[in-house]
Design a protein. Sequence first.
Length: 642
Amino acid sequence: MSTPQHEVLATHRRFWRTTLVCAGILVVIHVWPKSNQPHNQVRLLLTIVYFATLLYGLWHLVVPRARYLERLYAWRFEDAPMSFGRIWRRYLHALDQVTRVLGFLAIGFIASTGLATLALWFPGIGSLRPLYTLAWWISLIGLVAVPIFGGFLFTELTQNYRLLRSEMATSQVRPRPMAELRKGAPTGRNSDRVVIEGSHRFRAGGREWHWESLYKNCIVFGQTGTGKTLCVLNAIVDGLLGSTASDEPAAGLILDPKGDFAGKIERLCGRYGRDRDLLVIDPSDPKRSIRWNPLDSDDDAIELASQFTAVLESLGMKEQQSSFWIDAARKFIGHAITLLRKTNPRDEPPSFREIGRLASSIERIADRTDRLDPFDPDVDACLSFFADEWSGMAIETRSSIQAYITNMIDPFLMEPYQTLFSGPSTIRMDDVLRKGRIVYVHMPIADKEAMSRTIGTFVKLAFFRAVLKAPDKVRPSFFLCDEFQTFFTTAKGKGDADFFERSRQSAHASIIATQNLPALLKVTPQEKHPAMNLLGNCATKIFLRNTDPETNEWASRLFGQRLVAVGSVAAAGPNAGRGRGGGQSVSANDQFDAVVRPERFTELAIPSRTTGADHCEAIIHLAAEAVMESAPRKHRWAVHPI
């Protein structure tokens, strides 16, 4: 893991400040007027400071310089391939070899010279003359001999430097500019806040986001505790609402299986003056919840029946039963809705209770069919189904279909669901889009998992249907869902992938989050195509830290491969490594390597109260952009409380 930018900046400033101070002291001492009087105390002080500064400056250019360059190069080439990292590390190692040898020889030479000079003031130092004289000659001979007999050190340095420059010139690797470092790094939450940059544009995670790009859908991957909600989703929903507050306020649906957005979405809507636009579905608080009947819709009966059975399949009933029961239930519900629409008062939509009663009683069906106008062409198919197919069905078969339907309907016959999900709706989903409302479903899955999944899926399918019915609409809309695998629907024609394929035309953005690839694949364990189709329709993919190998391998493949230089070192010359003419030969071979290696996803930073880290890091696959990054970099998402 690389050093944080603010630490690199601090090291950069500290190194150059110390270097300039040392240089300044030496210059001042050189130009300072000096007395010719013997044993002048000011001259003595200047001499001591001069040699001390020289010694410290030389040490500073050997040890702290090595640490500084290591941090600087690690930051500048943070997003480079691993093979390139070895190239610049070899270069720094060769540079350190040269500077250490010359630096410590120079330190010995200056130290012995300083002692000889100070002996003029302090005769007692003269007793050390044999030692510092020997040190002076050894260091002087060493300084002269290194360029002659240690030429291999300079050769290795030159070769490694040329290899580094060659790879930078011929590959797509580009170091981060120093100007970016000098600007400083964000160190707190306020410096990384969401910035609304204009209509349908906002800045978050270190880059600018446009609604137009998000119309192509976005998915966030990250294991538990990596900042999916706290950093990324919070920032995105803030940007979505803020960037449309002054134009056509965006309509939206937020599914919240964890309950994290409870309270937050109210505060956010209040911040942008949209308090009245927020509509909450919350069975635990009927007084604040709106009433919403899935069957209160202008869609035809077949469409509503298909939504009903899609919910059944998403709850796993398809795995337990054959497709015959799914199709039979769909057919019955479709005709039951038609029958109820024709026989109910005009302002009374069908309800689950009424469908359940029809499914369990031939007499109730007969009572309803007797009220139908036999000359109404819209009821021909309905009458034919109940008079011929349903009543003539084997009792065992009909009983199985009845049980299949009532198992789904029964929970809606109990309070508070009976009240909240029957009768006329407070608002229909097409009106949600037209009027710019935001529907927030607050049903934490930890409380009542089955009903949370059922109602969330019903609302989602109805909302998706309304979006697709409004192509070329002006008002933007969005769908936001954490732990999306909870509501992932794969029914043919009603699957989420089908919606994601077509929603862009309706000026709609879907932002979903999940932990890893297996979380989606387990919804359809028999086949992976529905999940992969969904992912293929999410043009923007935000990857936070993940330790799931399958997810990381798949993410790495998304970014593809590129040709990189793999450096190698070999002994060269008959006296390799043993004096003049020996040394090492540095070369490089081109080979393909992953643009983003799988292990990089395990090294991304995450927020932590223990260490005080207030951000997470992400690598983003920006397939929605006109031009993708050739070398994807890590993006910083600050903790974004709402």
